[in-house]
Design a protein around this ligand. Sequence first.
Ligand code: GLN
Length: 272
Amino acid sequence: MPASEKGVTVGVLALQGAFQEHIARFASLNASSFTPRVRAIAVRRPEQLEQCDGLVLPGGESTAISLGLHNAQLTEPLRAWIAEGKPVWGTCAGMIMLAAIATGGKRGGQELLGGLDLQVGRNGFGSQVCSFEADVVFPMMGNQEYPGVFIRAPVVEKLLGDAVPQREAAAALTTSPNSLSVSVCPASALTLPRPPIEVLGWLPASAVPSVVAPDFTHTAGSAAIHGAHPPRDAHVVAVRQGRLMATSFHPELTGDTRLHAYFVREIILPSL
Ligand code: GLN
């Protein structure tokens, strides 16, 4: 039976953070005339990955999620899952987990899964009190805006054309005694053939509250930009690379299910 009739199973990593809300959003797709039928399950153990056609890494706190993955013995199975080309969507802390390089991390670094040729800055839009809501521009949604909820969100600092050399340079920094806060994914996460990272959505500069540190500059221009083309001063907040997608905001905290639908229809279904 084709997956479009049988339905798909989406796992939501349920160790910490906003996993219930993601499960509720996928469930609400079924209440509309959406096809395929979606079964969303909470994932806490490695063997559950076998049931999943795609996985969401929710927002929350990336250091806690890393620790939870380690304790659940899920880190390596998840890396293998990503390496197999399975669909994964990271939101906020989940975007950090998928990045090749994260700055502003905890002292001594934190464990990243990797997969995306992306450098993010943790808490780059400021602390909890700097949380904000702003409309994200999504050309793939017919240029209709999407309500972005940003909570201690990561900033996309660089789209890395090829993250391998940049990861190596960053890895060298992590061993320096003066380096407090750079984390890198394992080199093995970048050995696979990967399509280029694409921009899906962005915030116009005018939408970013002035509380954001003034020295922050979006440097997506460091790699040739694939996908949609944001204005030079925009802040990229949604990317895709093959079957990996990441958004720096929390789509599960709004009633707008267009991104959940996109993940199912445009990333999971073609992978089956
Ligand atoms: N700043 C958090 C982190 O580093 C992410 C915040 C979020 O997911 N809302 O993990």
